[in-house]
Design a protein around this ligand. Structure first.
Ligand code: GTP
Length: 347
């Protein structure tokens, strides 16, 4: 069975980080999420992938190629125009197996897909939607199910009292190729807003199955930050290349910590990083490979991707920096989200 990974969206809510990068390539724990996702699915027996790509498709192709570096096979379905989540699946039709898995590649999860596949095999419908339970359903599309798990309807953004359940679409589906006959070719179509409601109306069997385990949509800056704090707090795990050196302190290879530096856990610091004397890093800091932090830097609740440079005495709190950002000395930055393509702050 093949897995189709949807990875072509513009990621507008995560700009400027996604200004020149597909959202699924955003680093999570110092590695592109898409790589973590492929490895996670490979561990569950999936070796064939189709990547539906559009926005900065070359970034993905250059990094993952034919998949051999990860021990899997990858094919690409490239869109000339954005086709939406269902249009992208239709565009990949010729590359798909009769039954296939679809995954939104911006969802961070550690889900076991076996129960989802078993459930799918046991009903006669064409689609199984993985469902996750949320505390407050008012920001999502909630499903109403019957006793057999058949989805009766979606209720968009219900208020707390009117919600028929707290289960929402988790962005992971098992589908039969037959279902694709209901998606028009070469047209922008949303699977959540158009295709699933249509399939429910046609009564072809759309079922929902709850999934267990960590689940987070990384689509907004707040959620992107939160999932990192969850990672550092051990709410979910990833195969990190950095080694835990003390409780809540992960360090990469050849990283130099200057004299008098205070690492306040939890912190994750990548390979070949240099931190100048008397800096205070953490709590909640994720520092990418090859970053250079000067002396007396303070950095808390901040994520920076590889090759960033922060000069002496700068204070960072609640920031997210894309690759290679440079910040001069003596700046005080709070909640800054920046990408080198957009701006370098000079001291
Ligand atoms: P925003 O612009 O911030 O809403 O993000 P998005 O449109 O990139 O992502 P959204 O959460 O709407 O989509 C869920 C997943 O589907 C993400 O992994 C996207 O990359 C992917 N996706 C969304 N639209 C398309 C599309 O038109 N084509 C392809 N191939 N993938 C898409």
């Amino acid at each position: 069975m093949k897995a189709l990974l949807l990875a072509g969206g513009l990621g507008t809510r995560l700009r400027p980080l996604t200004e020149n990068l597909p959202k699924p390539m955003a680093l999570v724990g110092n590695k592109p999420w898409l790589e973590h996702l492929i490895v996670h699915l490979k561990q569950q027996g999936i070796g064939d992938f189709v990547l539906a790509v559009k926005h900065y498709a070359d970034v993905i192709k250059k990094r993952l190629g034919d998949g051999s570096s990860l021990g899997v096979r990858i094919e690409y379905a490239i869109e000339e125009d954005l086709l939406g989540t269902a249009g992208a699946i239709k565009n990949a039709e010729d590359l798909l197996s009769d039954r296939f898995l679809v995954v939104n590649s911006d969802i961070i999860h550690e889900i076991s897909i076996i129960p989802l596949l078993e459930f799918h095999r046991n009903h006669n419908g064409l689609v199984t939607i993985g469902l996750t339970e949320v505390e407050d359903p008012s920001q999502y599309g909630v499903v109403e199910l019957d006793m057999s798990g058949r989805i009766l309807r979606f209720v968009e953004k219900p208020n707390k009292h009117e919600a028929p359940s707290r289960f929402i679409n988790a962005g992971i589906y098992v589908m039969e190729k037959e279902a694709l006959q209901w998606i028009p070719k070469h047209k922008e179509v949303s699977i959540e807003r158009e295709t699933f409601p249509l399939l429910i109306e046609k009564n072809i069997g759309v079922y929902g199955k709850t999934i267990n385990g960590y689940w987070m949509d990384m689509g907004t800056k707040n959620r992107y930050r939160q999932l990192h704090w969850d990672l550092l707090d051990g709410k979910f795990t990833l195969p990190l290349k950095e080694k835990e050196q003390g409780k809540g302190i992960w360090l990469g290879r050849n990283t130099e910590i200057g004299p008098g530096v205070l690492l306040v856990p939890p912190v994750l610091i990548g390979d070949e990083v240099h931190i100048g004397e008397r800096s205070v890093i953490g709590p909640y800091a994720v520092i990418g490979d090859h970053c250079e932090l000067g002396r007396h830097v303070r950095c808390s609740e901040t994520i920076m991707w590889d090759k960033c440079k922060v000069h002496d005495s700068t204070q960072l709190n609640n920031c997210i920096f894309g690759y290679g950002l440079e910040v001069g000395s003596r700046h005080i930055l709070h909640e800054a989200v920046m990408n080198r393509a957009v701006g370098v702050i000079q001291g």
